[in-house]
Design a protein around this ligand. Structure first.
Ligand code: GAL
Length: 377
């Protein structure tokens, strides 16, 4: 306890120094980031390196914080909850002045974030909302319900039913199309937002029997995929193909997948069951624009993904952290949708874009996210 009290004092002192450094150096709104920081430490906790996107997030946050004059302790927890808790505990012990956290399980950080609060360390939830605690100050993410809608729109678009923005196509086929549904990890707040957004779009088509969920599995709990694990999705897809489609009377026409890593598992299951890319290959959605999946879109294996620019997300989180460290109020654009069970967390939500084969260049290459060579190489 004594150590914590001491640390709290050190952290508070550091914040005061940061504040006075800022006010004496205030240059009238000049946003050049360099050298504004007080050289203090910011802790950045990321869930796992097993998914490419989090590596890009971590790299972008680290670089932007360093450019702004801060030191960074960037840690990955390989999807192990106790590891993430102890990494955050270590950041507090090392005297971090702010924490940026992409949680593994949004409900498991209550105790460690109480320690952060006791040490007066502000906490920013990164992409995934941290739940069940008062001690999360801001949330940087995307409009996650909309992301889910976009995933569903991409599926409908691939089936010839709508435009990419969800507008109904005239003369669209009547179906029925057989689809299967996948959702993300039940301990990730985003997973329900994605699924609810997608079902908001798909349910009317299911009600009209234009879409039929062949397996009958439509509840979030039935279709969720713990830890967003591609192998778990692959084996669930294998089970569905065996139980529902193996008598040869019908084929899967579309799969709602909320994340590229799951889409890749689903594609493997389909390939193993004898599906081949071509006319009767299903439409498969995704998310994150991971390189292997962008290649899969080019190859016609995956129909679409969602582009969430990790560089922009990093900028929002870094701007929030630096504002707090300089005694300013971070910019937010949503103060109603992200109730974490204890409070509505003020949020800044970015926009996302649907990527299909035709706009890969425009969305991903022209923005410098991937190079042409990376995609085709
Ligand atoms: C979610 C995130 C998605 C995807 C998924 C699996 O929280 O919003 O973009 O990355 O985790 O990592």
């Amino acid at each position: 306890m004594k150590i914590k009290t001491l640390l709290a004092g050190v952290a508070a002192g550091a914040m005061i120094i940061g504040l006075s450094a800022c006010s004496s150096g205030a240059g009238g709104g000049d946003s050049t980031s360099a050298a504004k920081g007080d050289g203090g430490l910011v802790g950045v906790a990321m869930p796992t390196k097993s998914s490419e996107r989090w590596i890009q997030d971590g790299d972008a946050v680290k670089k932007q914080l360093e450019d702004a004059g801060y030191k960074v302790d960037l840690q990955y927890a390989e999807d192990d909850i106790p590891t993430q808790v102890s990494q955050i505990e270590n950041m507090i012990t090392k005297g971090a002045e702010a924490l940026i956290v992409a949680s593994i399980d949004g409900t498991t950080l209550t105790s460690v974030l109480q320690d952060a609060k006791d040490a007066k360390i502000p906490v920013i939830a990164y992409d995934r909302l941290i739940r069940d605690t008062e001690n999360v100050d801001y949330y940087a993410s995307f409009d996650n319900f909309k992301v889910g809608q976009q995933q569903a729109w991409s599926l409908l678009n691939g089936l010839g039913l709508t435009e990419l923005d969800g507008t109904a196509k005239s003369g669209a086929p009547a179906g029925p199309f057989n689809i299967e549904l996948f959702a993300g990890s039940p301990d990730d707040n985003n997973a329900t937002f994605f699924f609810n957004g997608a079902m908001d779009v798909l349910q009317p088509y299911i009600d009209k029997k234009i879409l039929v969920v062949g397996s009958g599995q439509t509840d979030f709990q039935q279709v969720a995929t713990l830890r967003w694990d591609g192998e778990v999705a692959q084996s669930r897809m294998e089970d569905i193909l065996t139980s529902t489609y193996s008598d040869g009377t019908k084929k899967v026409n579309g799969v709602l997948s909320p994340y590229d890593g799951l889409s890749r598992g689903i594609i493997s299951a389909l390939t193993d069951a004898g599906y081949t890319v071509g006319a009767s290959w299903p439409i498969i959605s995704g998310q994150d624009s991971e390189l292997d999946s962008v290649k899969a879109i080019n190859a016609g294996e995956q129909y679409a993904t969602i582009f969430k620019d990790t560089r922009q997300l990093a900028k929002v989180a870094v701007d929030m952290a630096t504002a707090l460290l300089q005694g300013n109020t971070p910019e937010t654009n949503n103060t109603k949708d992200y109730d974490n069970g204890k409070k509505v967390v003020p949020s800044f939500l970015l926009d996302s874009q649907i990527v299909v084969k035709d706009n890969i260049k425009e969305v991903l290459v022209d923005s410098g996210y991937w190079t042409e060579a990376e995609i085709t190489g």
